[in-house]
Design a protein around this ligand. Structure first.
Ligand code: NAI
Length: 192
């Protein structure tokens, strides 16, 4: 299979990537850097050693403060919403806290973070939002209702953004991977 070529016509364009410390995010970070993007990585588990900032995407105050700082330093060209957690369980088996947490991390946080970066992108007439959803957001899988619903919401959020932003110069796209061997799927297989 031929390798997808990342386009970056101007060097050093800045991209914010959440979930940068592991799995798919780690790979996206490497590919963006290879293509000449300047990547600001966030992750709730960052250890401070890897150049990734320790930020919980559900911490609204910290996220808003950091976005203001980033925008004050220079334009943000792209946002990749990759941070995500598993969310197993049929609806009858799960408690409300589990539901709230999965929706908060996988759907509400990407929506609110996108909202924060959009005003700058729209004012500049350029930018790109990429949401990492899942094939489970398109096809129902037994025993994973919170996760599947959160990803279905993320897919539809992306569609809404794409039509609302159609004339703005800002693109919104969604990627729906199948199962990829990462720490997330390892924990799902262990059922924790
Ligand atoms: P992973 O567990 O290896 O990486 C997810 C990263 O997100 C972790 O580093 C984690 O610390 C971070 N994260 C979790 N909650 C966070 C929070 N509140 N704030 C900041 N960072 C947070 O998982 P993986 O597999 O790399 O998943 C990345 C994305 O891809 C997720 O959104 C996942 O749902 C999605 N995906 C994964 C698939 C797979 O088979 N691995 C398939 C389809 C989608």
């Amino acid at each position: 299979m031929s390798e997808v070529k990342l386009q970056n016509r101007e060097a050093d364009r800045t991209v914010l990537l959440t979930g940068a410390a592991s799995g798919i995010g780690l790979a996206i970070r490497a590919r963006l850097a290879q293509a000449g993007f300047r990547v600001i990585g966030w992750d709730v588990t960052a250890d401070g050693q890897s150049g990734i900032e320790r930020i919980d995407v559900t911490d609204r105050k910290t996220v808003a403060r950091r976005i203001s700082q980033i925008e004050a330093q220079g334009p943000l060209y792209g946002l990749v919403n990759c941070a995500g957690i598993g969310g197993l369980g049929a609806l009858v088996d799960i408690d409300a806290e589990h539901w709230d947490r999965v929706i908060a991390v996988n759907l509400t946080a990407p929506a609110l973070l996108t909202r924060l970066v959009l005003s700058g992108m729209m004012a500049r007439g350029r930018g790109a939002i990429v949401n990492i959803a899942s094939s489970f957001g398109m096809v129902a899988r037994n025993g994973s209702t919170p996760y599947s619903v959160s990803k279905a919401g993320l897919i539809h959020l992306t569609k809404c953004l794409a039509v609302d932003l159609a004339d703005s110069g800002v693109r919104a796209n969604c990627v729906c991977p199948g199962v990829i061997d990462t720490p997330l799927t390892a924990s799902l297989l262990r059922n924790d």
